[in-house]
Design a protein around this ligand. Sequence first.
Ligand code: 3H9
Length: 686
Amino acid sequence: MTVTIGRENAIAVVTVENPPVNALSQALRQALVNAVAELDADAAVKAVVLICAGRTFIAGADVSEFGKPPQPPHLPDVVASIESAKKPWVAAIHGSALGGGLEVALGCAWRVAVPSASLGLPEVKLGIIPGAGGTIRLPRLIGPAAAVDLVTSGSPVSAKKARELGLVDAVLEGDLRTGAIAFAIDVAEKSSPPPISDRVVPAVEAGFWESAEKAVAAKAKREVAPLRALAALRKASETDFASAMEFERETFLELRGSAQAAALRHVFFAERAALRPPELAGITPRDIRSAAVIGGGTMGAGIVAALRDAGLPVVLIERDEVAVERGLVNVRAIFAGSVKRGRITQSVADERMAGIIGGDDYGLLGDTDLVIEAVFEDLAVKRAVFETLSSVCRADAVLATNTSYLDPGAISEGVSYPERFLGLHFFSPAQIMKLLEIVPAERTAPDVLATGFALARLLGKIPVRAGICDGFIGNRILKVTRAQAERLLLSGATPSTVDAAMRVFGLPMGPFEAQDLGGLDIAAFQRKAARERGETPFAPVADRLCAIERFGQKTGGGWYDYQSGDRAPKPSETVAKIIAEEAAGRPQRVWDDAAIADAVLLSMVNEATRILEERVALRAADIDLVKIHGYGFPRWRGGPMHYAEARSLAEVVAVLEGLAADGLAEPPCEALRRAAQAGRFSALAE
Ligand code: 3H9
């Protein structure tokens, strides 16, 4: 870390260099305080520019310090010292001014930014609130309504929007350092605006805070930080600066040590680590400048849209002209939906469509860098596609299958240059869901695997490497979850009590509602295939529902009944009768929410541990990412593996043993027992 002070006549330029993102480590905080003192004492200096080296302005507090006791100088004091400096400080912002970085900028007398900069207070996304005056200075500068939006959403705004809000004083085109120095020369001649802490929060209309509270609570669901941030903003408008600072700091420190913050921090670092797996360090991915998708169904169309959103030209291949047209209609519908939701304009949608060539001629793929197959889940059909691709594509083109359940190794048999083949498992809707399971086959070359990760980065997705097994990581856990949920039905729980308990835990939907939404037929099809292989999947009730064609919402009934045109699930007498018949003779018990959640989640963890032990997943955090980004697991719980570790693996083992003794769950696997002895999953890799 270095902080250097340069001089341009009467302007001092303080340059922060603390790679990678200029986070406010203890050393940087100290250096900033020292810089204020040094420049205060220098009579030749009339104004100060605070600028950062590297890719960004200060991106915030150093999140890796959050697990440790705070060390002085504390950030609120650093900001206060800049604010009370004898010379006006000008924050010159490029990249991102986030969290503590924006708070430092709010201590400056002026803020200027390049057009590509973004500014925000993302603390709530880490389970905390701003801790260095952000909730107090921001409403004084831009008014309470805009401050509530910014702080409780955690979403950053562009430099242009920041200018409109009054958050920055100028947006500077051209070289930032030069522009900021010119700005500083100009303002050095003027009297500075009063420090933000001396200003008052503009008054709000009656009922403002109450309605903000309702809106924030509805969005935050079970996350605590957004409402606590709102409380701090309210305090800032109802009390003096010093009391508000005290309130904010107390809340910040309390939340910093909370379970939610620990979980969200874990996800923050896991997401970043996922993009750069250590086993691929130093391997250069192949160039991807063009792509093709085979199959224009729901999944194929979603993948086309995702590739176009990332700016790649795409060829969409279908088997005949009618199917090509249908595929293009599917893609157009996706972009139309984005226009309707205000995500893109019509002209952007038109431009996205213009970048797609649809056709039934594989000859279009002669120079394509990446081809993703997304046809029907049938081994013979997929093999035929890859046979054709082998003969038409360049030898170095990457060929990927988007299978969910088939063995990529079997699909790839007969592919020429098999080192260029891999599985890329997207989740539906592919243009939205963040998860991408990357599945190397036996002969996949390291640079092809690295290309999968580079593609994920390009598409803004979270990549997780998965080994080959039935369902890879996510769907394999899902299968066990469903079986466990069904086991509960045979011992006294009902679909509604199980679904309700999982919602209480924080999932957006319970396992039975989810099956009714997605359809019970796909899983039934997979169980049939598993039985043909000699396996014995457990789904006595689901099997009977499928036998009477209760496939879910689409057939008017599944685990629940549905009235036509109404998606609200109604408990079903038919289902209750089937459950009663299947449960006959089994011991029954009363289940509360916590016991249901334990039985379902800890069974999930048990299977996930096997997955880890078999190295189908390389890291427990990867499994957390799969569940969060592919299956709606609540982020603030940190994923099932973080949840289990935070709760204690020994306790997880004990609960599973208790359930298994009554025949209510699988017993803990040997690997889980071993991990429990060490208290962490990482011990399995040692
Ligand atoms: C806060 O400020 C609280 C205050 O209100 C109160 C204080 C009292 N700390 O994302 P990238 C690492 S809360 C430590 O791939 P990009 C990251 O792990 C904080 N490390 O880069 C990665 O490490 P590695 C509020 C951090 O260019 C490397 O930097 N601020 C931090 O795609 C590169 O990261 C935030 O929440 C950090 N704060 O995106 C900002 N940030 O190379 C969070 C990053 O070892 N950061 N790292 O894997 C971001 O949003 C993005 O990093 C940013 C750059 C947009 C800045």
